[in-house]
Design a protein around this ligand. Sequence first.
Ligand SMILES: NC(=O)c1ccc[n+]([C@@H]2O[C@H](COP(=O)([O-])OP(=O)(O)OC[C@H]3O[C@@H](n4cnc5c(N)ncnc54)[C@H](OP(=O)(O)O)[C@@H]3O)[C@@H](O)[C@H]2O)c1
Length: 258
Amino acid sequence: MGIDIGIIGGTGGMGRWFARFFEKEGNTIHVSGRKSGMNAAEMAGTCQVVIVSVPIGVTGTVINTVGPYMRENALLMDLTSLKREPVTAMLESSVSEVIGCHPLFGPHVESMAGQNVVLCPARGNRWLPWLKGILGKNGASIVEATPEKHDRMMAIVQGLNHFNTIAMGMVLSRTGVDMSELLQFSTPNFRTKMEVLERVFCRNPGLYAEIVTMNPDARHLIDLYGKIITELKDVIDGADTSKLAEIIGRQSLFHQCQ
Ligand SMILES: NC(=O)c1ccc[n+]([C@@H]2O[C@H](COP(=O)([O-])OP(=O)(O)OC[C@H]3O[C@@H](n4cnc5c(N)ncnc54)[C@H](OP(=O)(O)O)[C@@H]3O)[C@@H](O)[C@H]2O)c1
């Protein structure tokens, strides 16, 4: 039997995606944005599950607004790309069950099949089997982690990765290259890169900016990135091919390389 699910931020990309997802599962969905839908008290009073899916920078404030209205046997969860702050805020502001959730895909994907979803179960055990059941049935690969571990992993998967894409996009932009002409000269590998560049530079620049700047674990990786660029530049300025090959060869990144 379906339940009432409220999605704060349900008018945005991920919120809309999950509204459709949970609706297909036979639930009744209530979405809200800044100017539409129920207020926090109505949402918490009506819904057994409330999901927060708003920009990272306002997530704490939104959680602190709805948290105090949540009932003990209800579930408060979020879809935020970072987990430490939102999970702490959900625990501190409510008495309800709490699960941090980070779907590792964007609203452009067709279905959940084959996608990774991180869950940070934080309080209660009634709703976790329900959530895992729905995600699992739809083909998600679920990994449970602490918010700390999640944020450390995301510092690499998203922070460093998107920083790298932003730097590359800025280089291309400064060269003034025509991207459609570049496409005619592209390899399969470069076409994949262009799709990533298009996603970061065209779809939701604010989200990528938040992911890179708001994860404290990403900072030391980005410092290291800067140092490595300087080291590599010295080798390249000296046109030292064998040194560069030796550097690449000794990194032992993958077991199969050894
Ligand atoms: N996009 C992705 O690829 C992706 C993937 C995984 C996780 N996430 C996470 O999902 C969350 C939402 O991201 P998104 O890409 O869906 O963002 P989005 O498209 O910009 O949508 C943001 C939503 O939040 C609402 N909103 C903004 N400020 C608000 C406020 N102060 N109070 C209440 N509602 C507010 C907006 O409603 P109105 O505009 O109607 O006011 C809109 O519905 C973020 O935490 C992000 O980290 C995103």
